[in-house]
Write a protein that binds this ligand. Structure first.
Ligand code: ADP
Length: 762
């Protein structure tokens, strides 16, 4: 090769060293074989080759040349020598290289800043600690590329780890170890341990190399160490800059953590306040100075039956006040109270009682109290208390006072008055007897009142003992009507349609229920009328109804008529004595038996009280069907009605049970008068009459009336009597059959089936 001066300058060789030598001595080793191969191929073909080439100087430094190699061609077109025209571009190349490095550095810094700013955002925005720990740990990992690490908040027992085995983590979390790390950090704030890699860390490396453990603390705002970050790099030390950065980040982390703590505390206090507000028994409502509703609790929503308010806050004053007063009776008063309380700024509470319409109405006590902050009123708090119970107790108290004064004083004044007369005056024996009878009657009335009172007291306090035994409720009903058989204006009778009339009951208490209810029916139908007791089965229950044709109860009084001392106060009822305890006692008794009681009434038409008892269902084959179909059917048109006019309860019961078992509906009367009336109104298959009946009307009279009356003359009459049958006796009447007591119930059943059969064939 022959060279020019500039070439010699660029290569650092002497001319003699280059001339005659090959270009090979300039090879830098930077370009691969293909580079040179391509070059030789191009120029061998007689073509010009151009490229940038990195060459090596004599002093081993590199230089770059933009080389153009031009082949000299022989006459045959074959290259026989080459000229290389090189421009030294080393400086440009170096600048380019530097630029590239700068750019890469800039890119790295940009990435770092971006990551850092996203970390910063997380540090200031994240309120969830778990998420916060994840973000921070990932950032450290990506930015500082450590091999192993643990970030730990000791107080909150939260940690994140990388590259550590389970056992290692456990041992790091042990109290003594943690304390040791913390106490060292307490003194030094951070420290780096340089040690040899051991065991697994060494991996496939033949010789042990250095590892670096860097520990730094999480400081609380008070300066105590509350956690730490420990990271290990295998073979890569931590630069001063990195240590400074990580420590700086740890400070930020500590601030962010204490911010999260504060937020959690505020959140907890807020939740606590909300829980308190939700869990108090009173309705609460907070209203702003301008009257906007800021908060209210569920109790209030339930009490005022607020709809469509869920999640709605800052409701305008005009809107919520209108909604709130809607259900109230005293609308204007309540509206004024709200307005005044919101505007009123003195530090004084106000209160108002109002009633919410409904059945039953709800009584509310409302308090308003201004809320102050730095002696400035900032709003008003309203507290709503449901005082219905207290109100009811108040009412009962005053009712009790008036009942006691009336019900006790009236009999007492008779007792005192008449006994005084007896003591002071000389009276004829008949007069004395009359006065004594009155005293006795009034004293009995007093005793009944006191007994009722004590009974209810005992029942309500759960001290009443019940002796539950299996009894026929229709029998108890019969005993009930027996007590009232002398009531001349009232026809008390039983319509027994219950296939299963037995129930487990306390006989005396159920007796008391019948007596109370029949006596009410009689008391509250002063004009007289029928009192009909019906018995039927519905599902698994025995349902008893006591129906009268009396004055009835106004609808508004029906809902709470079972309350103690509840009485209807009008000119008619005032004349009728009573304590208002009877129905409450009945309710207590029936509910203690697992039954229910309710009342239906139409003013001036009559009242029916229904109560149910769990029936004792005898498991005869085929009986279930009876219970399945509800025997609501009270029509008397089915032709299977039988009337028993009988004052012997045991016999009546026996006969009615036998007849009912074969599907007959049994109407039981004690008094012939009521039997006759009933027979005229109802369609009967037969009437069974006992001859020895009441004083004013005998069985014979009844038969005669039945035979004569248009509506009843075709009803077959069966005599049931202790007297022997004689043709003489029955010659003037139309009688279907004559049964002489004692006869078996089957005997009557046979006759009834015969009549039924005849009727069907007609
Ligand atoms: P008392 O009969 O002693 O007043 P109760 O508790 O038995 O007490 O009845 C409460 C009120 O219910 C009565 O005062 C009466 O106004 C009304 N009441 C009860 N039964 C009847 C009924 N059969 N007909 C009309 N009103 C009735």
């Amino acid at each position: 090769m022959s060279v020019n001066d500039r070439f010699i300058q660029s290569t650092g060789y002497q001319r003699e060293e280059l001339v005659g030598n090959t270009t090979r001595i300039l090879k830098s080793g930077y370009h691969g074989d293909t580079f040179y191969k391509h070059m030789w191929e191009t120029i061998s073909k007689g073509k010009i080759w151009n490229n940038e080439m990195k060459n090596k100087r004599k002093d081993d430094r590199f230089f770059w040349v933009n080389a153009t190699i031009v082949p000299y061609l022989s006459t045959e077109g074959k290259p026989f020598q080459y000229i290389l025209i090189g421009i030294d571009v080393t400086e440009t190349k170096e600048i380019q290289q530097k630029m590239k490095e700068y750019l890469e550095e800039m890119q790295r810094t940009k990435n770092k800043i971006e990551k850092y700013s996203s970390l910063n955002q997380s540090l200031t925005m994240t309120l969830d600690k778990e998420q916060f720990f994840d973000i921070v740990f990932t950032y450290f990992q990506e930015t500082y590329g450590f091999d192993k690490g643990i970030l730990m908040d000791v107080k909150k027992k939260q940690h994140r780890t990388k590259g550590l085995r389970e056992e290692k983590i456990e041992s790091l979390l042990e109290k003594e170890n943690v304390e040791e790390i913390l106490s060292r950090l307490e003194e030094e704030k951070f420290f780096v341990i340089r040690r040899k890699a051991y065991g697994e860390e060494q991996g496939i490396a033949e010789e042990a190399f250095d590892c670096y453990d860097f520990y730094t603390g999480i400081l609380s705002t008070e300066g105590t160490v509350e956690g730490f970050f420990a990271l290990t790099r295998l073979g890569r030390p931590f630069s001063e800059e990195e240590i400074e950065e990580i420590n700086g980040l740890m400070k930020q982390l500590a601030v962010a953590l204490s911010r999260i703590d504060m937020y959690e505390q505020v959140e907890n206090t807020k939740n606590l306040n909300e829980n308190i507000i939700e869990n108090v028994n009173e309705g609460l409502q907070l209203v702003s100075l301008e009257g906007k509703m800021l908060q209210y609790n569920n109790v209030l929503a339930d009490l005022l039956r607020l709809n469509g308010y869920e999640g709605k806050l800052r409701v305008q004053q005009s809107i919520w006040i209108d909604d709130f007063i809607e259900g109230a009776v005293e609308k204007e008063k309540l509206k004024d109270f709200f307005r005044e309380s919101i505007e009123f700024s003195a530090n004084k509470s106000k209160n108002l009682r109002f009633t919410l319409e409904g059945e039953p109405p709800v009584f509310v006590e409302l308090y308003a109290s201004p809320v102050f902050m730095h002696e400035q009123k900032i709003g008003t708090i309203f507290v709503y208390r449901d005082i219905t119970k207290e109100y009811e107790v108040d009412r009962m108290k005053s009712e009790l006072v008036s009942t006691v004064s009336h019900e006790l004083r009236t009999p007492l004044s008779s007792v005192l008055g008449f006994s005084e007369m007896l003591l002071m005056k000389e009276l004829k024996p008949e007069r004395q007897k009359k006065y004594l009878e009155t005293i006795h009657k009034e004293a009995t009335r007093l005793t009944n009142l006191i007994n009722d009172f004590l009974d209810l007291q005992r029942m309500e306090s759960g001290k009443q003992e019940y002796t539950m035994e299996l009894h026929s409720v229709n029998e108890i009903a019969m005993e009930g009507i027996e007590k009232f058989k002398h009531e001349s204006k009232h026809n008390v009778n039983i319509v027994d349609n219950a296939r299963f009339a037995k129930a487990k009951v306390d006989r005396d208490r159920i007796n008391q229920v019948f007596t109370n209810l029949i006596s009410n029916s009689i008391k509250f139908s002063p004009e007289g009328g029928d009192v009909t007791i019906t018995l039927k089965n519905r599902k698994d229950d025995l349902v008893v109804g006591i129906k009268d044709q009396g004055m009835g109860i106004p609808p508004e009084a029906l809902t709470n008529i079972f309350d103690k001392f509840r009485r209807i106060d009008n000119s008619e009822t005032r004349k009728i004595g009573g304590t208002g305890l009877g129905l409450s006692i009945c309710k207590e008794i029936i509910e203690a038996h697992g039954g229910r009681i309710r009342i239906e009434s139409i003013e001036n038409q009559g009242t029916t009280v229904y109560f149910s008892l769990p029936a004792h269902i005898e498991d005869h084959e085929g009986d279930h069907g009876v219970l399945e179909k509800e025997s609501e059917d009270n029509s008397d048109e089915n032709g299977d009605n039988v009337m028993l006019v009988e004052d012997d309860i045991s016999l009546a019961l026996l006969l009615s049970e036998t007849l009912k078992a074969r599907g007959f509906k049994v109407f039981h009367h004690i008094r012939p008068q009521s039997a006759l009336k009933n027979a005229k109104e109802t369609n009967f298959s037969a009437v069974v009459v006992d001859l020895m009946l009441g004083d004013d009307m005998t069985g014979w009279d009844l038969i005669k009336e039945l035979n004569e009356h248009k509506a009843t003359k075709d009803i077959p009459v069966i005599i049931s009597s202790a007297l022997e049958k004689s043709e003489e006796l029955i010659k003037n009447c139309k009688v279907y059959d004559y049964l002489v007591k004692p006869y078996s119930a089957e005997e009557l059943l046979r006759i009834m089936l015969e009549i039924q059969g005849k009727k069907k064939s007609d």
